[in-house]
Ligand binder design. Structure first.
Ligand code: 5GP
Ligand code: MG
Length: 177
């Protein structure tokens, strides 16, 4: 275990079980849909890469780089570092993100995708931190719920580090205080 990690929440093997479960459900739900998977950079890349391989359907894949500012859930509150490359028009968009925290980013992104003509927009997150929610949003597919702790690994970083840990763990508070 990395010396900055206090404890492991999900091992590599437990993550694989979660990804398999989500992939099977999504495969069933999107059987007759026009699926466009949109991963959110950077934290969502590792989860998105694993998850699409457990979705047994034809689908398109794109990535967006976004973060939100402001306190509303308006699509105009987004700062873009990488726009969509594919059109969401008429597609059933499944957004893949590492963690749903305040919900600001994903509620702004959902509004943007709806305005851009997506047929449907659903959210799949590896982790959900419901205690921290500010925006009125719930994820359609959740891997695992966590409390109000700072999580790293499996795509989740602190100061650009720990993205590559193969497990999901809690960062020792002394590393960020
Ligand atoms: P929000 O839901 O607050 O708009 O933003 C979620 C984003 O905040 C996530 O994509 C992630 O980048 C970051 N974030 C929220 N909670 C955590 C956490 O516990 N650990 C890490 N590494 N990032 C987090
Ligand atoms: Mg993120």
């Amino acid at each position: 275990m990395h010396p900055h990690v206090e404890r492991i929440l999900l091992t590599k093997e437990e993550i694989a079980v979660v990804v398999d479960r989500l992939g099977k459900t999504i495969t069933k739900d999107y059987a007759d849909k026009n699926l466009l998977v949109v991963g959110v950079l950077t934290g969502g890349t590792i989860f998105a890469a694993d998850l699409i391989r457990s979705i047994d359907l034809d689908c398109e894949l794109d990535f967006v780089g976004v973060s939100s500012y402001g306190n509303t859930a308006q699509s105009g509150d987004l700062t873009w570092t990488k726009p969509l490359s594919l059109s969401p028009k008429g597609k059933d968009v499944l957004v893949i993100e590492d963690i749903l925290d305040t919900g600001r980013t994903l509620s702004c992104l959902t509004a943007y995708l709806q305005e851009a003509g997506a047929n449907s927009v659903k959210l799949c997150v590896m982790l959900d931190k419901p205690e921290c929610r500010i925006a009125d949003i719930t994820a359609d597919y959740v891997g695992h719920s966590v409390g109000n702790e700072f999580i790293v690994g499996y795509g989740l970083d602190y100061a650009q580090q720990y993205h590559n840990l193969p497990y999901i763990g809690v960062l020792k508070p002394e590393q960020y205080q």
